[in-house]
Design a protein around this ligand. Sequence first.
Ligand SMILES: Cc1cc2nc3c(=O)[nH]c(=O)nc-3n(C[C@H](O)[C@H](O)[C@H](O)COP(=O)(O)OP(=O)(O)OC[C@H]3O[C@@H](n4cnc5c(N)ncnc54)[C@H](O)[C@@H]3O)c2cc1C
Ligand SMILES: NC(=O)Cc1c[nH]c2ccccc12
Length: 490
Amino acid sequence: MKSNQSRRNFLRLSALSAGFAITHPLSALSVHDTWNKKRGKPQKVLILGAGMAGMSAALELIKLGHEVIILEGQSRAGGRIRTLREPFPEGLYADMGAARIPEDHEWTMKYIKEYDLQLQLFNPVEGDYIHLMKGKRIRYNSQSPASLDNYPVNLTSEELNMGWTGISTAPFQELVAKLGDPKAMDWPPQSISGYDAYSLKEFLKQSGYSSEIADLLMIGWETKLGMDMSILEVMRELSLSFGAPRYKIVGGNDLLPTRMAGALSDHIQYGSKVLSIEQSENDVVVHVSKNEQNKKFTADRVICTFPLPVIKKMEFMKTLSREKQRAINELTYWDLSRTVIQVSDRYWKKDNLNGFAATDRPMEIWDPNYELDSKRGLIAAYAKNDDSQLMDGWSDKERLDFASGQVNKAFPGLMDHFEGGFTKCWKEDPWALGAHSIGTRNQMTDLLPHLIKQEGRIYFAGEHASAYHGWIQGAIESGNRAAKEINSLE
Ligand SMILES: Cc1cc2nc3c(=O)[nH]c(=O)nc-3n(C[C@H](O)[C@H](O)[C@H](O)COP(=O)(O)OP(=O)(O)OC[C@H]3O[C@@H](n4cnc5c(N)ncnc54)[C@H](O)[C@@H]3O)c2cc1C
Ligand SMILES: NC(=O)Cc1c[nH]c2ccccc12
C-alpha cells in the first residue's frame, strides 16, 4: 500500500483535502496506546451489538481476561458493513454499507492487518471519471481534474483562476489554523464554537466567496441536508478522513467483521433482540427476546453500541439523563441508499470510462468490481439524503427504475445491458433505522459532549460516539475507548 499523490481520485472534495497537510497530535485514544498491557478489576460485561464497535470492545476486553457476552439481534455480525454476493454470478459482489477505507484510518487498518486481509484501491487509476452537473457531463481522470471553466456554476473570474486547489483551500485557511485537534473528545475548542451555526454554503458566503463553490466541493453529496452539515463537521471530516487514498477489502468489506466474529464465536449470542436495559447500584439487567422467548442477562457493566435511531425507540431512553436523551433524539442521521445493478457487459469501458461518476442529484456511481476482468459486471448507484428520501415507500421496481435512470445519464446505454438489481435503504433496516450520524448546524458544540458520556454502569460506543461520524474507524475507536474505561475500574 503506497500513498501516491498522483493516484488520488478527484471524485469529490479531493482538491480540498489535498490542502490539508496538517498533522494532529493523537489526543484521543490512539492505536499506539498501551493501556491493554495490564488488566484492571475483572468485570462481567454485556456488549450490545456485534458491529465493529461491539466486536472491537469485546476482543480487547477478552484479551485482558474480562468475562464478555455480545448480544446481537441479527443472525450475522457486522451491522452496517454488509457485502452482497448472492445472487450475482461470476464472483461479482458489492458493498451495500461501508465501502471505502481511508489509508490513514489507523484503527481500521490495524484490525485489517490483524485479520490478514488484503486491500486494493477503491478508485481505479485507469479510465475517465464523470461529473454530472445540471445535466452536463464533464470528464476527468485520476491524473488531473477538469478545468473549473467546464462546470455550470457561477464563480467569479477570480475564483475560476484559483483552480480546484485554490477554491478548496483559500476559503478555509483561517479556520484550519484555529482547528486544534479534531480527534479530541472535547473538540471543538471554545474559540471556534461560533462557526457551528454555519453550513458550508453559509460559511463561504460570509467569507466573501460564491456559495456555489460548495456545489463543486460537495458534488456527489450536495443536498439540502448534506449542505446543512455544520462547517465544523465539514472541517473535521476533511482533516481526518478526506486526504488519503481510499481502499476496499479484496473479496468484500464484510470479511473484516466476519473474521472478527469467528474469533468471538464463543461470545456472540445471535438472534438476541435487546428489549430493555435496567441498572441498579449493583448491576445492570438486559432483557432480550430470543427464539420468541424472553431472557434476562445480568452484568457489572454494559457497552451499548446500537445506532441512535434504535436507542430512541427503546423504553430505556427514559431512564437516561436529559442531556443524553436530547443528544440521542437530535443528532442527525443521514439517509443513504445503495442500488446495485447487474449488467451483461461493462459497456462504459468501450468509451475509456471506468464506471465512476458523481452527480449533483446527489448521487455517486461506481463499478464495485472494476478490477475484475469479467465482461458481465455490477454498477452501484449511491443515493444520498434527498434522493434517498425520495425513494421512501417506493417499490423495489420503482427504486431500480430511478437508479437505472440516473446511471443511464452518467453512462448512456444502460438498458441495452440491464439484467436486474437490488436496493438497500438503510432507513428501513430495523437494526439501524438510518445510515449514520452527522453533525448538522449547531450540533457539534451542543450535542457531542453528551454522546460519549457513560451513564452509571452503561457505556456508549458506536460511530456516533466518536470523532469519525459515519466511519468504521469511529466505531472501532469508540469500542476501544469503552473497553479501556471499563478496564480501568478499581
Ligand atoms: C450507506 C453507508 C455507507 C458507509 N460508508 C462508509 C465508508 O465508505 N467507510 C467507512 O469507514 N464507513 C462507512 N460507513 C459507516 C460504517 O458502516 C459504520 O460507521 C460502522 O459500520 C458502524 O459500526 P457500529 O458498530 O457503530 O454500528 P453497527 O454496525 O450498526 O452495529 C450495531 C449492531 O447492533 C445490532 N442491533 C441493533 N439493534 C439491536 C437490538 N435491539 N438488539 C440486538 N442487536 C441490535 C445491529 O444488528 C448491529 O449489528 C457507511 C455506512 C453506511 C450505512
Ligand atoms: N458515509 C460515507 O461514505 C463516508 C462519510 C462519513 N462521514 C461523511 C461526511 C461527508 C461525506 C462523506 C462521509
